[in-house]
Design a protein around this ligand. Structure first.
Ligand code: DGJ
Length: 699
């Protein structure tokens, strides 16, 4: 069929075509390969009252072309000709398809000739992800145009009506809580107006199909963006598609295009799976491992000790050295000094942005501490929060104009700090040079980048681009991360924003690990990690063992349980090590060794969650790592269980059915098929409430 393109993914195809009048692209099919489908056309109907563009499954809808239904793009030319009607520039459509994937670039020009829109779609056959974005260009020689909304993509999902939408909601210390809505007719919208991804919602949804015959399929849509964003799901009584639209949040972002300027949207990615939402989770993980991680080498996901919880702002070199001594005994690989190391920083009221070591705490700078840590066989790491400033700081005294401020309105403080305007090149340049200076002042190979407040009062009165501060801020943040990657490739980057406030695929593409939450109480943490793992990968999930009971579910657990919670991702330790007994230290060192023996499975294998942390027994299975070994982390609520009285079984589903496995440390031998159906009795060899089952293949 002419003007129809098929983009293959690993197990599916994404088929789009140009509307016969050339005004837009529509999605013809997304699912199992078909061998050919008819291009979408409006079904014959008696209802004469609908406008054709309102019902078309457009890949990208623009107001003006689409009249009454939601559009991803709004255009304001300063007169009454709002919106745009596009004509495809057919000779310049670019399509390429190889065995490894496909790419489609379709340019359009609007009816005035002033604007160009380019729709970009790309797939890879190494996973089931479709990548999309748009470019809007003002090619007029003299007219300014504003874009009150410029989303990245619309996804006309073939899921039927009234489908279930899964999403992650949260707050500080309770990030990534799984939720769902059975969307009737209407819209469902989540997002952030905070200038960061936010603790409140994650920019990702999974939508179950309710189409008869395709009930097992599900789709995921994510926005790869770390500033303000919005994602909306629309379900209409007409048609059998649900539309997911996402992009920069329009309440906080208006884009100005002066003559010759262009806007390039963040990418939106879509996932398809024949295995429901669990399959979508697997599709995300496969994509993140294969395409976002710079490497899965454990070197960039080391076992951390972070001294924040032991010291808060009371950072003293002798004390740090004592902690480092025990950390190395326990088997830690990188020792990280958190907040409180720099001049003036004795509380959260002062010092932020004065990134020189406090001479009272570090009379000879950081190098002696770093060297002592290295001499103990560990790497040395540091915390920074480069985007923020306390008014009580030298930087603020010198550059009060560098923070976001809404004209003469009162400044808005969160944790006594303000946000630097990363839309100003001089601020980005200053941060880059500051980081270069810090990273070359001592042998630092790990950086935890924190961001502890939402951005309010963004904007630059008088600047025509001031209303796109969130876009500019995020681009500045990415620019600095890219500089760090390029100039300091040996430095592992950990992203943090008061816990998990800035976790998304874009951060995963530029950082190695993410601090999932400030909640370290083991049961609460397990629930947060359970939600996180539905859309984000274990290899990046930084998790510290602590002695904290937790804020909500404070029921006691064993020391081992705390470790196994953290082994579910990238193990770290945050406890006050000097308060641990000799027995605890030596047990910790055994548990760190256990983690080291399974981390390649946890970080490179597939992670399948069985049940939820609310169940009496909850487990996470990691399988399909290169050497065929698999492991199951088991968490049990019923501490009073006496093993003879009641047997607990787990049923890992990802072992190879015909292969035989020995349960490490026992004589138990099972086939993958038996493990999945009959189950394997949990010996609780590690502790009364947790175990780590390792399955070694025998043949
Ligand atoms: C918030 C982070 O989430 C914590 O881990 C810690 O780094 C503090 N900030 C330090 O101020």
């Amino acid at each position: 069929v002419s003007n129809q393109w098929t983009l293959p993914t690993a197990n599916a195809e994404y088929v789009v075509s140009l509307l016969p009048d050339g005004t837009g692209l529509v999605l013809d099919h997304w699912g199992r390969p078909t061998g050919g489908v008819e291009p979408w056309s409006e079904p014959h109907r008696k209802d004469q009252y609908r406008l054709p563009a309102d019902v078309a499954p457009l890949e990208y809808a623009t107001a003006g072309h689409r009249h009454t239904a939601f559009s991803e793009l709004l255009v304001d030319r300063g007169d009454s000709l709002t919106g745009a009607i596009w004509a495809a520039d057919e000779p310049n459509i670019l399509f390429s398809s190889t065995g490894e994937g496909a790419s489609l670039v379709v340019p359009f020009t609007d009816e005035t000739g002033d604007l160009r829109l380019t729709l970009r779609t790309a797939t890879s056959t190494s996973h089931d992800i479709v990548r999309r974005s748009v470019v809007v260009e003002n090619v007029s020689p003299d007219r300014e145009v504003t874009l009150p909304r410029a989303f990245s993509a619309g996804w006309a999902l073939p899921v039927g009506q009234r489908s279930r939408v899964h999403y992650l909601a949260g707050a500080w210390a309770q990030e990534f809580q799984p939720n769902h809505v059975d969307l009737g007719f209407g819209s469902f919208s989540i997002g952030s107006r905070q200038g960061v991804t936010s603790l409140a919602f994650s920019p990702v949804v999974a939508v179950e199909s309710s189409l008869v015959g395709r009930e097992h399929e599900a789709y995921g849509v994510a926005l790869e963006w770390s500033g303000s964003w919005r994602l909306q799901v629309d379900s209409s009584i007409v048609g059998d598609r649900m539309r997911v639209s996402c992009g920069l949040d329009e309440d906080t972002t208006t884009i100005t295009l002066l003559p010759g300027e262009r806007f390039e949207s963040p990418d939106s990615v879509g996932a398809w799976s024949p295995d429901g939402t669990e399959g979508v989770t697997q599709a995300w993980h496969r994509y993140q491992k294969g395409s976002l991680a710079r490497s899965l080498d454990p070197a960039h996901r080391p076992i951390v000790y972070n001294s924040w919880m032991a010291t808060e702002f009371d950072v003293r070199i002798e004390h740090q050295l004592e902690l480092a001594e025990v950390a190395s005994e326990v088997g830690v690989e990188v020792f990280v000094v958190d907040d409180g190391w720099f001049v003036g920083r004795t509380s959260d009221r002062a010092g932020l942005s004065d990134w020189t070591p406090d001479p009272a705490k570090f009379p000879e700078g950081l190098a002696p501490l770093a060297q002592s840590v290295i001499d103990r066989g560990m790497r040395f790491g540091l915390w920074v929060e480069p985007e923020c400033v306390n008014p009580d700081s030298d930087l603020y005294r010198e550059h009060p104009d560098w923070v976001y401020r809404a004209g003469d309105r009162p400044l808005v403080f969160v944790r006594n700090q303000l946000v630097l305007d990363l839309g100003r090149p001089e601020v980005v340049g200053w941060i880059e040079n500051m980081l270069r200076r810090v990273l070359t002042s001592a042998p630092i190979s790990y950086l935890k980048w924190d961001m502890n407040r939402p951005v309010s009062d963004g904007g630059r009165p008088g600047d025509p681009h001031g209303r796109q501060w969130s876009l500019q801020h995020t681009q500045g943040y990415y620019r600095i991360l890219r500089m760090l990657r390029a100039e300091f490739p040996h430095v592992t980057l950990e992203a943090c924003a008061s816990g998990g406030g800035r976790i998304d695929n874009a951060v995963l593409a530029l950082c190695d690990v993410v601090w999932t939450s400030d909640e370290v109480g083991p049961r609460d943490r397990l629930a947060i990690q359970h939600g996180y793992l539905s859309a984000y990968p274990a290899y990046a999930m930084s998790s510290w063992v602590s002695d904290d009971p937790g804020l909500r579910d404070r029921r006691g657990v064993s020391f081992e349980f705390r470790f196994v919670v953290s082994m579910a991702g990238v193990l770290g330790v945050g406890s006050d090590l000097l308060a641990w007994t000799a027995e605890q230290r030596s047990r910790a060192s055994e548990l760190v060794d256990l983690y080291r023996s399974i981390r390649h499975i946890v970080q490179t294998g597939t992670a399948t969650r069985h049940g939820t942390p609310d169940d009496v027994t909850y487990s996470i299975e990691y399988a399909n790592a290169g050497d065929g070994t698999a492991c199951v982390l088991v968490f049990d609520r019923d501490r009073d269980r006496i093993s003879d009285r009641e047997q607990v079984r787990v049923r890992p589903t990802q072992l190879e059915p015909a292969r035989r496995y020995r349960l490490r440390g026992t004589d138990v031998v099972v086939t993958g098929a038996a493990a999945a159906s009959v189950g394997v009795v949990v010996p609780f060899a590690l502790a009364v409430d947790t175990d780590v089952l390792v399955f070694d293949p025998l043949d």
